[in-house]
Ligand binder design. Sequence first.
Ligand SMILES: [Zn+2]
Length: 178
Amino acid sequence: MIYFLLDPVAGNLKIGFTKKLADRMTNIQTANANRLELLGCIAGSKATEERLHQRFEVHHYRGEWFRAARPLVEYVRKVAHTEKKFPALVSFDQLVEIEPALIPLYESALAYHDSVDEFFCANDVWYGTTTPGGLKGWLERLVGWDARNKNLRTEEAYDLAYDVIYDALPNCQKCGCL
Ligand SMILES: [Zn+2]
């Protein structure tokens, strides 16, 4: 799983991968002078961690630590299971608990980061304008009014999953969208 750990004194946020969260937290806390706060976790592999590091490279501080900049904190708030800090919000992680098939979809969106070179169109991949049945069609089978699981037939679930997954795609490059 991927965890997001905040050092509120230094204003830094660590994005890390672990299989044993409790042990990992103890080790990191021992090595750190400031009291750390676990903001949340999401499902994911070592590859997910690397892609998140790339994605937030602009805020990179050192090692696995990033500046707790607003876009990064907002991202964590949106994707991670953050019951304690943001009790009113449904998180992507909670949607995944209900519909685990959202993970392969999320991973597919992230995987486009590996194949982007000169040209990339996020909207083409999303709407499937040239490649049939884009990621949006896939999403609509899992959340929203046509979801196979009736607990996910809400606008809130749809908007959240839409945001997180679209956002996981690389930005458009030289496609003329913008
Ligand atoms: Zn585009």
